[in-house]
Every structure is written in structure tokens, then in C-alpha cells.
Design a protein around this ligand. Structure first.
Ligand code: HEM
Length: 506
């Protein structure tokens, strides 16, 4: 091939891409649905992430603002049209009444990878059966039993802060991750991860690896934006192989040990082993087909893994953001400290499950933290059948539907001065006035976070324990607003969260 042929070939390929892009980018216009300007020829509306250095975390909030005042509208993720639903009534219908059309998140599933068969990824009937079986594992009764395991970890939390408090300042994101890693390891696997004593414990190393924004992960994320099925086609797991191997071997060894020695520990693993004994689960789906789900060791391992991965980073993030906001607002911190002191006085100086549930201001602070810093800034559902959204619009089968959680949480028509941290947003009166579907830090409907109660409990226990012992203030190197890593899928402050801790007198 000579140089002219090569130039012609390149021009031809370029023209095909332009033609394909401009055809795809007219999708919303063809459907007469309002949409954002297609933006960059290759990247679509997503170009803002790369060109304007807008973090993925802030991106969907921006979509939400730009599509105002419409109830819904489209944008283009590279070449893929995505529907953003802004209206809380429609969101409610999608999450609840018409859930059957929007059951799945469109996560890639790899039949050969045991860890991929977890509750977060699973689709359709298989998800439905597993969810029904796992739900009783998370009742308040079961969480209450695990409370003592959780509480043991707070003794080490205080020891860990005591040993670090001599330092000028502490990076709390990492510190809180060490606490939640210990809690989750104890309550899920029944093992002491020792992450609070040893920052480089194997559990913490694996947890860090599972969430770090590596180059590999960024490249995979970008390719998956261009070709949504990329990970599914090439069976590319989100988690690195050594992380997967570590958890697979850990769970199988622990199950064997417990089964051989008749050990019971009242943790998630015990509850999952009990399900295993129920053998094959069958269910007659709505379509009449029979679906079999066998509760094998692999399926069990996948659930342990998702409890670990979904459980520690979300809770440690919430804790760190709460401490950051309380450091910025000493008057709120003191109000919370007073509530903690009173509660302790009435409970012989010790927290129990019930008293933590009965601390209204603690609840308001945690809810407000989750409003300002939702750990999943948007929720995704795939429409599995053509769906009549309203009298004008049908959503086509396989359309990706985004619920812009962060956008709703920062909408001034629902939250006055949304960029200000204000726990009064969650007073009884304020809650009663607001549409329920304008606050979605745990999602909603049948696919709502299964670990909600557990997550809230570990956050509240951690926060109350810390504030009972220390007051916190901002390190001088912290600015009053946070910048986030560009492609991280949970909000990750670029330079960490640095706080000063001062021991309170006993
Ligand atoms: C503050 C802590 C937490 C936050 C903010 C959080 C948030 C979320 C959100 C937003 C979803 C998606 C819901 C939807 O799509 O409608 C989710 C799902 C899920 N979460 Fe959590 N989560 C937290 C803690 C936990 C914990 C502690 C566990 C387990 C021990 C857990 C396990 C899961 C699982 C398994 C799912 C998938 C549920 C399903 O698809 O049926 N989460 N979480």
C-alpha cells in the first residue's frame, strides 16, 4: 500500500466515524426528546470530563442542572444515548411500580468468574431469587447481634487515633477505611483483619487495590464508555486477579474450617452457610419459566466479596466526609457531642444498638452527609422492554437510564442553600415537606442497598465513638471545598482529608 492509498484509507475510516457519530447523535432528536448538545465529535457530552477536567462525581450533577427544567432528557456517553430522569414522580415509578422494566443495572456478568455472580451485578430472576434469600440476613435483629463484633473494632479505633494524635494532622479517609475494613472483615468473614493495628495488613492492601484508580482501570473505564459491552465481551473484571484470588481462597478456607470444626460466630458467613444447606432454590418466574439457583461455595464467596467491597469504602467515605463537615462547623460538632454525652449518661457510659438508633441529631448529621456526598452519585438502570414513559415518549428496550442522585441532592428547589452543610435539612418537619424520591443515597425500591442498616450502624457507631473522645478541626492545608479524582467511581478527594484531632478530657 503506497502513501496515497494509506491517506485514502485513513480519510475513509475517519468519514465513517463522523457519519456514524452524527447518526447516533441524532437519536434523541429523532425521538423528540430534549437533549444536551452532543458536544465533542468523539466523546459526546462526556467530553467535559476529559476536556474540562470535571470529575465523574460532579458530571451527573452537571447533567441534571443543564437539563433543567425538563422532567427528563438525553445526553451522549461517547456514542451511546443515555436518558437522565430528573422528575421525582417518574423516578418513583421507575424504582417501584414499574420496577420490572428497570430491574437491572447493566453490569457486565462473566459466567466463568465466580465473583462476578454477586447481588450487585446479577440480573433478572437470578437476582430476584438471591435477593429474597439474602434479605433476612440484614434484618435489624441480625444486625443487632453483630453490633458487639462492630463495637470490639471501636476499641482499636480509639487506640489507632491515640497513637496518631501526636502527629500534627491525620488523613482520615485512610484511617476510616482501616476501621471499616476491620468491621466488615469481622462481620462478614469472621476474621480479624488487623487493619487498624497494621496499615499494611493484607486485608487493607486488598481493599486499597480494589478501589484505587489505577491506569488500567481508567483505560478500561474509558473504553467501556465508548463500547458499553466491552467488559462483558472481553470478560474484563473490574477487580484485579490477585484481589479476587485472595477473597476466593479466604472464603473457601474459612467455610471448610467452620464446617470441619462446627464453629458458629453469628456473622454473615454463618448465615450464608445456612443458606447453602438449603441446596437448590427454585422459583417460578412471572414468565412461567423455572429458574434454578444453586447456592454453591462460589455463589457464597461472591456475596461475601460484594458485602466487603460494597460495605467498607461506602461507609468509610461517609465517615470521613462527616468528620470533614463537622471540623468545618464546630457549633454542630458541639451539639452532637452534647447529644452523645447525654445518651451515654443514660446508658451507663456505653453505646448499645438501641441508643444509637435514638440519637436524632446524629441521624440528621449522617443523613446530611449522605446528601452532600452520595457515595454513588448516580444510579443506573437498563430498560428491559420498550416502555411507555408518558403519552409522548417510549423508552426503547436496552436504553441506559440514569437517576442523577447528586443532582437531586443539590437542587435548590428541594434543599435550600444546597452547597451548605445543614443537618436541619433532616429535621422531622423538613423531611415531611419533601418528596421522598429527592433523597436517594441508598437507592430505592426492590434494588435498594441491602446493607443500609448495617452501613448506617457502622457509620454512627464510628462517628459517635470518635466524637466522644476527640474534637476535630481542619488542617491548615485543607481548602474549604474538595476536589475529586477525575475517573474514580466513588467520590475520592484528590489530596485526601486532613484533620487535627484533640483529645477531650475524660
Ligand atoms: C453508608 C454506606 C452505604 C451506602 C451509601 C451504600 C449505597 C448503596 C447504593 C446507592 C446502592 C445501589 C442502590 C440502587 O441501585 O438502587 C447499593 C447497593 C448495594 N449495597 Fe450498599 N451502601 C452502603 C453500605 C453497604 C453495606 C455495609 C453493604 C453490605 C454489607 C452493602 C451492600 C450492597 C449490595 C449487596 C448492593 C446491591 C443490592 C442489590 O442489587 O440487590 N452496602 N448500596
Amino acid at each position: 500500500m503506497d502513501a496515497i492509498d494509506l491517506v485514502l484509507l485513513v480519510t475513509f475510516i475517519f468519514l465513517i466515524i463522523i457519519y456514524y457519530a452524527s447518526y447516533r447523535r441524532k437519536y434523541w432528536a429523532r425521538k423528540k426528546i430534549i437533549s444536551l448538545k452532543p458536544g465533542n465529535i468523539i466523546m459526546g457530552s462526556t467530553g467535559d470530563i476529559f476536556l474540562k477536567k470535571l470529575s465523574l462525581y460532579n458530571y451527573h450533577a452537571k447533567m441534571y442542572e443543564q437539563l433543567a427544567p425538563h422532567k427528563y432528557g438525553g445526553y451522549y456517553n461517547f456514542f451511546t444515548p443515555v436518558l437522565v430522569v430528573r422528575d421525582p414522580d417518574i423516578i418513583k415509578t421507575i424504582f417501584t411500580k414499574d420496577f420490572n422494566y428497570f430491574m437491572d443495572r447493566g453490569q457486565p456478568l462473566d459466567e466463568k468468574n465466580p465473583l462476578s455472580q454477586n447481588l450487585f451485578n446479577l440480573k433478572g430472576e437470578k437476582w430476584r431469587i438471591l435477593r429474597a434469600k439474602l434479605t433476612p440476613t440484614f434484618t435489624s435483629g441480625k444486625i443487632k447481634i453483630m453490633f458487639n463484633l462492630m463495637k470490639e473494632c471501636t476499641t482499636e479505633l480509639i487506640e489507632m487515633i491515640d497513637t496518631s494524635v501526636e502527629k500534627e494532622e491525620i488523613e482520615v479517609k485512610e484511617m476510616m477505611a482501616r476501621y471499616t475494613t476491620d468491621v466488615i472483615s469481622s462481620c462478614v468473614f469472621g476474621l480479624q483483619s488487623n487493619s487498624q493495628k497494621d496499615p499494611d495488613s493484607i486485608f487493607r492492601q486488598m481493599g486499597r487495590k480494589a478501589f484505587n484508580q489505577t491506569t488500567r482501570r481508567s483505560v478500561v473505564a474509558i473504553i467501556a464508555m465508548v463500547i458499553p459491552k466491552f467488559r462483558e465481551i472481553f470478560k474484563i473484571s473490574f477487580f484485579e486477579k490477585d484481589v479476587q484470588d485472595f477473597f476466593t481462597s479466604l472464603v473457601s478456607k474459612t467455610i471448610k474450617y467452620r464446617e470441619d470444626n462446627g464453629v458458629e460466630r453469628n456473622d454473615f458467613l454463618d448465615l450464608l452457610i445456612a443458606l447453602k444447606k438449603q441446596e437448590v432454590l427454585t422459583h417460578n418466574s412471572a414468565s412461567g419459566e423455572i429458574c434454578h439457583v444453586e447456592f454453591t461455595d462460589n455463589l457464597l464467596t461472591a456475596q461475601c466479596f460484594v458485602f466487603f467491597s460494597a460495605g467498607f469504602e461506602t461507609s468509610s467515605g461517609t465517615l470521613s466526609f462527616a468528620l470533614y463537615e463537622l471540623a468545618k462547623h464546630p457549633e454542630m460538632q458541639e451539639k452532637l457531642f452534647d447529644e452523645i454525652s447525654e445518651t451515654l449518661e443514660q446508658n451507663n457510659g456505653s453505646f448499645n444498638y438501641e441508643c444509637l438508633q435514638q440519637m436524632p441529631y446524629l441521624d440528621q448529621v449522617v443523613c446530611e452527609t449522605l446528601r452532600m456526598y452520595p457515595l454513588l452519585p448516580s444510579l443506573v438502570r437498563i430498560c428491559n422492554e420498550n416502555y411507555q414513559l408518558d403519552e409522548h415518549t417510549v423508552i426503547d428496550k436496552n436504553t441506559r437510564v440514569v437517576i442523577p442522585v447528586k443532582g437531586l441532592h443539590y437542587d435548590p428547589s428541594y434543599y435550600e442553600n444546597p452547597t451548605e452543610f445543614n443537618p436541619e435539612n433532616f429535621s422531622k418537619e423538613a423531611r415531611a415537606k419533601r418528596h421522598h424520591f429527592t433523597y436517594l443515597p441508598f437507592g430505592e425500591g426492590p434494588r435498594i442497598c441491602i446493607g443500609l442498616r448495617f452501613g448506617l450502624m457502622q457509620v454512627k457507631l464510628g462517628l459517635a465513638t470518635i466524637l466522644r473522645n476527640y474534637s476535630v478541626s481542619l488542617s491548615p492545608k485543607m481548602s474549604s471545598s474538595l476536589e475529586y479524582k477525575l475517573l474514580a467511581f466513588v467520590p475520592t478527594p484528590k489530596d485526601g482529608i486532613w484533620l487535627k484531632f484533640k483529645k477531650r478530657s475524660a
